[in-house]
Design a protein around this ligand. Structure first.
Ligand SMILES: Cc1cc2nc3c(=O)[nH]c(=O)nc-3n(C[C@H](O)[C@H](O)[C@H](O)COP(=O)(O)OP(=O)(O)OC[C@H]3O[C@@H](n4cnc5c(N)ncnc54)[C@H](O)[C@@H]3O)c2cc1C
Length: 296
């Protein structure tokens, strides 16, 4: 199926994109980033914008830089460019590992980190990792920039704190250079998207956990923190028993009435997968903590 006729604009600056959003505020408008969610939706008739604003040529929205203790990721940074950046692996290990699980090479060469987070598909890989990484999402709008803590960003299926007249310009991640991160994913056998994915970021001293942030996608209609797991890990020395106990609390505090329940997995099976993949993510971090401790 071909998309309906539409007006196409290419913005070369953030200001230009914002002006176009304002000018077409009354129309059905979409921003075109990597196009790897939007174009399939348009071709299948799920999305029919009248106006498409291409933000791919806005230079300051591309690339990765380190400013003090913060890793700054332009929203238009393609997954493959993030994976090529040593700074991303060093400062955002959980997010970088989740990015390596997105789709295939073709998808990673076109899709963008900002597009993934702004689209907020519950089955995508990055919401949980952004939550585990304590990211801040920086939106540009008519009144300048505003910073949205990731804990306030995801609302529901395809729903975020971004206003229609805003665009996400960059993602700021506090450096986790001294932490260990991991991502464990049950991929859909048909699409490769996450049935359940769990990201863990642990700040440790030797084998002892100083603090833990755990995020998950695929479970509810939006990314969530696993606070029961985080509590269980606080101050403990990681071993098999502790990991088992933490994973057992994976669905604690989640509204189980809101668990995703679809053709990929029933709500009950998803809850089971959440525990299993939490355990796998923690086992990976534990191995890496061991490797770090051995290197000290
Ligand atoms: C075959 C295939 C397999 C895939 N597998 C996976 C997978 O395993 N895991 C996974 O996570 N994803 C997967 N994806 C989705 C892919 O990661 C998309 O790239 C991503 O979801 C959207 O990013 P994008 O840059 O392509 O955004 P687009 O498709 O261009 O845009 C998506 C939406 O976000 C909005 N948007 C984009 N950028 C911004 C911005 N800067 N500010 C505000 N709004 C913005 C757009 O207006 C649009 O509504 C897959 C896609 C395909 C086609």
């Amino acid at each position: 199926m071909f998309p309906d006729d539409l007006d196409y604009y290419e913005a070369s600056t953030v200001e230009e994109a914002l002006e176009l959003l304002e000018e077409h505020a009354m129309a059905e408008t979409e921003l075109l980033a990597g196009g790897h969610s939007l174009l399939p939706a348009m071709k299948s008739g799920l999305s029919s914008p009248d106006v498409l604003i291409d933000i791919g040529e806005i230079d300051p929205m591309h690339g990765v830089s380190v400013e003090g203790e913060t890793l700054s990721i332009g929203a238009m940074t393609r997954y493959s460019d993030l994976l090529d950046a040593d700074a991303a692996h060093e400062h955002a290990p959980a997010l970088t590992e989740a990015v390596s699980h997105v789709g295939d090479t073709q998808v990673r060469n076109r899709g963008t980190v900002g597009g993934n987070l702004a689209h907020a598909d519950p089955a995508s890989d990055l919401p949980g990792a952004a939550l585990a990484s304590d990211a801040t999402l920086v939106a540009a709008g008519p009144n300048g920039e505003r910073k949205i803590p990731v804990d306030e960003f995801f609302f529901g299926m395809y729903a975020t704190a971004l206003d229609p007249d805003e665009l996400l310009v960059r993602i700021e991640v506090p450096s986790a250079a001294d932490s260990v991160g991991a991502y464990a994913k049950k991929a859909s056998p048909s699409s490769g998207y996450a049935v359940v994915g769990v990201s863990a970021l642990l700040d440790t001293d030797g084998g002892t956990v100083r603090s833990a942030r755990i995020g998950a996608n695929g479970v509810l209609d939006h990314g969530v923190r696993l606070e029961g797991v985080e509590d269980e890990l606080d101050g403990v020395t990681l071993d098999d028993e502790r990991i088992e106990a933490a994973a057992a609390r994976a669905s604690e505090g989640l509204d189980t009435d809101l668990l995703m329940d679809d053709l990929q997995a029933s709500a009950e099976f998803r809850e089971h997968l959440l525990e299993v993949y939490t355990k796998r993510a923690l086992e990976k971090t534990s191995e890496r903590v061991g490797t770090l401790a051995a290197a000290d």
